[in-house]
Design a binder for this molecule. Sequence first.
Ligand code: ADP
Ligand code: MG
Length: 167
Amino acid sequence: MNQQTLVLIKPDGLVKSLTGNILARLSESKLELVAAKMVRVTEKLAKEHYKHMKDKPFFNELIKYIKGELHDRRKVMAIVYWGPDAIKKVRQLAGETNPEEAEVTSIRGSYGRITTKGIYENVLHASTNPEEAEREIKLWFEPDDIIVDFYPTEIKEISKLKKRAWA
Ligand code: ADP
Ligand code: MG
């Protein structure tokens, strides 16, 4: 069954110049890349993305981490992969959450580390299940950013929308 999954190359992945390596490793999955963009992560987006972690003792550090405050690189690369068994395939290539427990040949096993403050810096995020993937993809992307219509959309008239535009 075709699935979609969100991948984020986290600020440590970017600062270590791992974008190419990570994309090359993920391409072993033969999944289709259907959306990609660089995102400056706001406090609101970071907290929404990690809302299920809010009771963890490391939550504040985790928010700083995904915002890029620990690496002075305030951006992440957000990507959507699509294809058969996408969620499992990407999680398998990514490896365990804890980079010390991840298989050494996995992406997290190869490039992750645990900081002295105890945060798992594991270079990428990958959705865990279809519900999480849907929530996360809708959080990080607009329908027109993605070239496959896997979630229903509708045309809405938005008249009072204020947005940044080219001057
Ligand atoms: P995953 O990213 O593998 O889905 P979780 O959703 O459980 O893992 O956690 C989100 C992120 O929080 C992890 O990728 C990691 O950066 C960090 N994290 C999770 N658990 C711990 C932990 N026990 N100690 C330190 N950091 C953690
Ligand atoms: Mg998770």
